[in-house]
Write a protein that binds this ligand. Structure first.
Ligand code: SF4
Length: 209
């Protein structure tokens, strides 16, 4: 029987081999642009978000410009992504609050971040990890699926419960890297449909194999 430590070592070694250098795939230059991009990425791909933010952030280059931008124009620019009307409203709300409540500075505090429209626990975790390098292990659909396949969490666990379990099992200094590696593993190797089990080096600990 493998210990938890041995299991985690096996997983991290394989993920290091597959994805030694991974990071956030969303395009952004300013902190607030990341906040907006992560909010927009809910239930859609990073690639489709990049396509719209490349246009949006070029047209509106400051928080004030975004604040003054007509809602209809923002909707028009982001309309190729899902839930765009709601996301356009959230975008305006985020910009307004960053200007008028947070004095143009993205806060690092999770509770404060979660007061921004469209920013929940996962989004706040991504922002904290990416901008402030604060150890976080945000759980998206890929992270949740892999954690459950590898029995790092129970089948009925909520994303928050999965996050708590992963944070307990993985060393803190690995949280951010492992989060990115899980996402890449889920996108390109252990896909929801047709995972690449044949060449998977951790199939002996996977209940899906
Ligand atoms: S064995 Fe298959 S399902 Fe399990 S982790 Fe590997 S690729 Fe994913």
């Amino acid at each position: 029987m493998m210990t938890n430590k041995e299991k985690i070592t096996l997983i991290t070694s394989f993920l290091d081999e597959l994805f030694p250098n991974v990071g956030c795939e969303l395009h952004y230059q300013k902190d607030y642009e990341l906040v907006i991009a992560v909010m927009l990425s809910a239930q859609t791909t990073d690639k489709s978000v990049n396509q719209v933010t490349d246009v949006l952030f070029k047209k509106y280059q400051t928080l004030d410009e975004l604040d003054n931008a007509p809602l209809e124009d923002i909707e028009n620019i982001i309309k190729s992504i899902g839930l765009y009307q709601n996301k356009a409203k959230n975008l305006k709300g985020i910009v307004h609050k960053l200007i008028h409540v947070f004095n143009y500075v993205v806060p690092a505090d999770k509770d404060l971040l979660m007061t921004l429209p469209g920013v929940g626990n996962k989004t706040a975790g991504v922002i904290r990890a990416e901008i402030f390098k604060i150890p976080e292990f945000p759980v998206d659909t890929h992270v949740e699926r892999i954690a459950k396949r590898l029995s790092l969490a129970s089948p009925n666990d909520t994303p928050l419960e999965v996050e708590m379990k992963l944070k307990k099992k993985f060393p803190k200094e690995r949280w951010i890297k492992s989060h990115h590696q899980f996402i890449h593993f889920g996108r390109y190797f252990c896909k929801a449909q047709k995972p690449n089990c044949q060449s998977c080096k951790i199939k002996n600990i996977c209940k899906n194999a």
